[in-house]
Design a protein around this ligand. Sequence first.
Ligand code: NI
Length: 183
Amino acid sequence: MTVREILKMGDARLLRVAQPVTAFDTDDLHLLITDLLDTMRAADGAGLAAPQIGVDLQVVIFGSGEPNPRYPQAPVVPRTVLINPVLTPVPDAQGVLLEEEGWEGCLSVPGLRGVVPRYQSLRYQGFDPYGDPIDRTVHGFHARVVQHECDHLMGVLYPMRVRDFSRFGYTSVLFPGLDAQDD
Ligand code: NI
């Protein structure tokens, strides 16, 4: 078990566009994923992207299959390892790409939360660690988590997507009852 240091906003490594994974089911890739899972679990994260531990690869993990103490109201998202993701927003029956607002935090931006608009419905495609394809269409919180994590692969942190800074601030002030540790 290796809990890695999580880089914080301001570190230039968080601003890189990550490289695609070219070899699946390798020892190096499995080790990276174990470290990501251990680090996410230790921090009670909803997700974690490889760039957040300084690894310049298109690998994200998210979900735990059980309720998250940092987001107690959020629906349960299945534990997923997603590699080389491609995201496609899904329009509604009228052909409209709907956005919805929701609170986000980030382990690279500890102690803060902000309201971020995201696509409500999303198709995501990619690969698992063995190179088997993943292709899911999801909505709401699940879609939000995927968009947040995949943003990390493009060097985008959620504060860059905040439109209304009157809804951005310290978790301890915004949500005084929430047991959110240091984040
Ligand atoms: Ni994040």
